[in-house]
Design a protein around this ligand. Structure first.
Ligand code: GDG
Length: 471
């Protein structure tokens, strides 16, 4: 069996039992344990001086290979091109795109350097799976170093419409770099279509879709490769267990006591401008405005742990949100009731799952999101007899699958307020029917299915390569 090599910007922190982060990290780690292999990426350390050295840590059949970044590389590759250019562009925020050609050079330089670090650790029949927008040029860099292995790429975030991608000055180099992979995985069919649209209309390439299921064939930049949508999933039964256990725990029981029987709306997101938090707060305010009976009868808990806090756009959204929650609470709070509990801190997975289970509404309304695992975790955590209702943005990849949610447009504040009112009043029979529909899909398409489908197609994709070389 070929070894699996996972390459991602960050390597999930591993404790004795496996990755602490859960979900995706566990899914990937399970595959690594099965075939043996390596997880390679940045350690998270930023070095003030000196030359970063690769650290190898063996855990049974899996090697964790991590390396630090020097300050300039962190600034250009991570804060710069990855997170100030690609992240806003790929989330349709052309207004927030910052571009500096030195950062793009740094991005390519770091990709090439990371690839050089990996090459001596590779064996001929290793299968390499690269993750996310930080590493778009990685296959090109490996190919330049003579690597002939199969290399796949999964994009966790949306692939933008061509007109938005064109705003990123080196858009053509990025798409050409993507075409150096053997298989491209996107979260949803619309993302795949957006990629094909660029290939056909901006790069004079071809995109051939299969008659039935299966991957599309892309011909562009002198290469032939495959591409398909692989919606990422969760382990729903594991989350349900976690939620049940957590609901018995002290933090959640104490929190529940403070509700005094009021209904609970729950949201959990990294504090990112793509997650639509400001619009979400305003829609909750609109609900209180328009339905006075809701006042003092519903509490909204928003957990939003910090992320990329050294970047301006993230400092801005934090200030804005602090302003909005203060304003809305100032307007509606009573001596015994705070409408919005906004918490800028991380919680344990088990506590989150239990809060999902105890709540009446899961309020997940990103402006754009590749998939949004919180939506899937929310549904998984529910009590089948008395499930909560998911209010979900149409712009989350998850909306393609979770048709049992109340689907909203996060720009439409009135529409979201109405959906909240509908969710809070929904009879149990309808809640159960919606839950059954969604949990069925989540079980069918869990994170193992996502991983196995991608790896199956990656192993097959090698068949397309000889033709590509002949061109
Ligand atoms: C990217 C794409 C895509 C959040 N707060 C805490 C915490 N979390 C966990 C959630 C969930 C994960 O972090 C967030 O995943 P999302 O999918 O919601 O969003 P991104 O971080 O933006 O992820 C996204 C994903 O990649 C996978 O492909 O779905 O579209 O943007 O698992 O539960 N976990 C803990 N404490 C917290 O306070 N323990």
């Amino acid at each position: 069996m070929s070894r699996l090599i996972i390459v991602s910007n960050r390597v999930a922190p591993i404790s004795e039992g496996g990755p602490a982060a859960g979900g995706l990290a566990v899914g990937v780690y399970d595959a690594l344990k099965e075939t043996g292999g390596m997880w390679f990426g940045w350690s998270g350390d930023v070095l003030a001086s000196g030359q970063p050295q690769i650290q190898l840590e063996e855990r049974g059949p899996v090697t964790f290979a991590t390396i630090g970044l020097v300050r300039r590389d962190y600034d250009q590759y991570y804060r710069g091109f990855s997170n100030a250019t690609l992240w806003p562009a790929f989330h349709y925020r052309a207004d927030l795109i910052q571009y500096d050609r030195h950062d793009f050079e740094g991005y390519r330089r770091v990709n090439a350097w990371l690839a050089q670090q990996l090459v001596p650790l590779l064996r001929d029949d290793d299968v390499i799976w690269v993750h996310d927008y930080h590493l778009i040029p990685f296959a090109q860099a490996l190919r330049a170093a003579g690597v002939k292995n199969r290399i796949g790429f999964f994009l966790h975030i949306p692939f933008p419409a061509s007109q938005v991608l064109l705003a990123v000055p080196p858009h053509r180099q990025l798409v050409e770099a993507l075409c150096s992979f053997d298989l491209l995985g996107f979260q949803t069919e619309p993302d795949l279509r957006a990629f094909c649209d660029y290939v056909v209309h901006e790069a004079a390439g071809e995109c051939e879709h299969p008659a039935k299921n299966g991957s599309s064939t892309i011909r562009a930049f002198g290469r032939t490769l495959r591409a398909a949508a692989y919606p990422i999933g969760v382990y729903p039964d594991e989350i349900a267990q976690l939620a049940k256990a957590g609901a018995r725990g002290k933090p959640v029981r104490t929190m529940k006591a403070t509700l005094h029987g009021r209904k609970l709306i729950m949201s959990v997101d990294r504090l990112d401008y793509s997650k639509g938090l400001v619009e979400r707060f305003r829609a909750f305010e609109r609900l209180l405005d328009q339905v006075p009976a809701m006042r003092n009868n519903v509490s909204f808990v928003q957990i939003a742990p910090p992320t990329r806090a050294d970047m301006h756009a993230y400092q801005d959204i934090r200030l804005q949100l602090e302003g909005e929650s203060g304003r809305i609470n100032g307007r509606f709070a009573e001596l015994d009731w705070t409408p919005i509990r906004y918490i800028h801190r991380q919680y344990e997975r088990q506590v989150l799952a239990a809060l999902f289970r105890e709540s009446h509404v899961g309020y997940v309304t990103p402006l754009r999101d590749g998939m949004n695992l919180v939506a899937k975790e929310y549904v998984s955590a529910q009590d089948p007899d008395d499930p909560g209702v998911l209010v979900l943005s149409r712009f989350a990849g998850a909306a393609q699958e979770l048709e049992g949610a109340l689907i909203v447009n996060p720009i439409d504040i009135d529409g979201m307020a109405e959906a909240l009112a509908t969710a809070l009043a929904m009879p149990v029979a309808e809640r159960r029917a919606r839950y059954r529909d969604m949990i069925g899909r989540l079980r069918e398409n869990n994170v193992s299915v996502w991983r196995d489908n991608f790896l199956r197609d990656l192993k097959r994709s090698g068949e397309a390569r000889p033709a590509a070389r002949a061109k």
